[in-house]
Design a protein around this ligand. Structure first.
Ligand SMILES: Cc1cc2nc3c(=O)[nH]c(=O)nc-3n(C[C@H](O)[C@H](O)[C@H](O)COP(=O)(O)OP(=O)(O)OC[C@H]3O[C@@H](n4cnc5c(N)ncnc54)[C@H](O)[C@@H]3O)c2cc1C
Length: 466
């Protein structure tokens, strides 16, 4: 039998790689991690989830402050600029790096700093800093190399006014106008951030509605709120080309529109980080988006090589990546594997959005008889007190069994509120109904009250139908 240095070598120290490494260690596997970045945390901590949420939080706080009656009375209005709010990012990243480094140190997991590529299915070469090279062997290898913004060749990303979701974190000016091409989750989140800062934003969508995987009512609410905060949303547009000058960028659309702005943020798609892995050496090939195909155990077509996180595509969330990483170790240990399919959606626009389960369109298409219960945040005491009263909680439930089928939330703290309902949805048959919210006493005043109001609203509607 071959004598490998490790039972598992993890390539990439983002959420998927980190959780796999820690789980492997806890299960007494010999594990090591290799990452190309000098500090830990993955793209999640350096370029994705964490910096974008820190930016959003800084803008949200500024909006909240400027809406306070005392601030208005005392004319405490301060114009925020982008470099100022970027300071919030520069504060959080070192804290995140320290936190993640501690996880590795505490668990005594060796880290190799450098970019890895396959030599064969059990051996990886690591190109470290200063030209140093290392070779490591392992019985199993996990590819958790994440993704990066997709950069089409007809956009000049070297131009100082052109950004993607990585380089926007280095923009050192505050444009007055910005055009965002790509209205996926990242585009919508940045549209909220820039509109909150007072920029004029053009958000260009290649589809006919925003985030079409959401429940229609929630997608409509997002469109309404983005528009009312000054974002010009343009649907069904196709990019033709762009012109650049010292002052900004003009985007030409196939529809004949020409949209000029001080800056362009391109947020249209992502590519898996697989091109430098020398996949041919292990009999693998990535698809056109650089992603790897896996089975329900996160195993690639080469059985000792696994893949998890953004590199396998949907849902491409840090939340799911953490769970996938742990599942890989279960697969290696021959345990039952949880294939992560039920991740809730958390979208940090202003206000935020979260959902879990089916949408109305999906239930209608599947001919599932359902009813709807709604609660508006303005009708909750907590919403009124906090002043964050724009929002809605919507429960979809089976009109006979009352089983909860979908939960859709729009408004402050939506991504937290969703978890109350998610926990009930996952109970055994009979316990996963909207009756839980009517028969349980919630703290008051809380946003959880919205569940009781929505459940009663749904039950009343059911009774009217009889
Ligand atoms: C702007 C933005 C906002 C986001 N917001 C959210 C959010 O709110 N919630 C959420 O759940 N998700 C969010 N995401 C998605 C989330 O960041 C990703 O799903 C998550 O980071 C994926 O984790 P991962 O483990 O696959 O790898 P990553 O975090 O991408 O890390 C991969 C690591 O692998 C390393 N690597 C790559 N190639 C090699 C190589 N050959 N050798 C060695 N190391 C290598 C990289 O240096 C990197 O450190 C956001 C993403 C973006 C871009």
């Amino acid at each position: 039998m071959a004598n490998f240095q490790y039972d598992l070598l993890v390539i990439g120290a983002g959420p998927a790689g980190e959780s796999a490494a820690i789980s492997a260690k806890k299960n007494n596997l010999r594990v090591a991690v290799v990452d190309g970045q000098a500090s830990l945390g993955g793209n999640c901590a350096h370029k994705g989830t964490i910096p974008s949420k820190a930016l959003r939080n800084a803008v949200k706080q500024a909006i909240r402050m400027s809406n306070q009656p005392f601030a208005k009375r005392m004319m405490l209005h301060q114009e925020l600029n982008y470099p100022q709010i970027l300071a919030a990012v520069n504060d959080i990243i070192p804290k995140q790096v320290e936190l993640h480094s501690e996880y590795f140190i505490r668990n005594k997991i060796p880290i190799f700093n450098g970019f890895a590529h396959f030599v064969n299915k059990n051996e990886v070469e690591i190109a470290g800093p200063h030209g140093l090279k290392d070779r490591v062997t392992a019985e199993n290898i996990l590819v958790a190399t994440g993704s990066r913004p997709y950069r089409p060749s007809n956009i000049d990303f070297n131009h100082p006014r052109v950004f993607d979701s990585d380089t926007i974190l280095q923009m050192n000016t505050t444009p007055s106008t910005i055009v965002i091409f790509g209205a996926g989750v990242i585009g919508c989140e940045y549209a909220s951030i820039f509109a909150g800062l007072g920029l004029k934003v053009d958000l260009i969508n290649s589809r006919d509605r925003l985030l079409s995987f959401l429940d229609d009512e929630i997608s409509d609410a997002l469109s309404y709120h983005l528009r009312s905060s000054g974002v010009m949303v343009r649907h069904s547009e196709i990019f033709e080309n762009a012109e650049y000058s010292d002052k900004g960028v003009t985007v030409h659309l196939r529809s004949g529109k020409h949209i000029s702005a001080d800056a362009l943020l391109w947020s249209n798609g992502r590519s898996g980080n697989t091109d430098a892995l020398n996949l041919e050496a292990v009999g693998l090939a990535a698809d056109s988006r650089g992603q790897l195909k896996v089975d329900q155990s996160y195993r690639t077509e080469t059985p000792n090589i696994y893949a998890a996180g953004d590199v396998i595509g949907w849902p491409s969330l840090a939340s799911a990546s953490f769970d996938q990483g742990r599942s890989v170790v279960d697969a290696i240990l021959g345990r039952e594997v949880r294939f992560v399919e039920d991740a809730p959606t958390g979208i940090y626009t202003i206000p935020e959005i979260s959902s879990v389960g089916k949408t109305e369109s999906e239930l209608t298409a599947a001919k599932v008889p359902y009813e709807v219960g709604r609660a508006f945040f303005k009708d909750t005491a907590r919403g009124q007190i906090s002043g964050e009263d724009e929002g809605m909680l919507k429960l979809l439930f089976h009109n006979q069994t009352r089983e909860i089928l979908g939960i859709h939330c729009f408004g402050a703290e939506a991504s937290e509120i969703i978890h109350i309902g998610q926990a009930i949805m996952q109970q055994a048959e009979g316990a996963n109904t909207i009756d839980y919210f009517v028969n349980s006493t919630f703290n008051y005043p809380t946003m959880a009250e919205a569940y009781r109001i929505a459940a009663l609203n749904g039950i009343n509607r059911l009774m009217r139908m009889r």
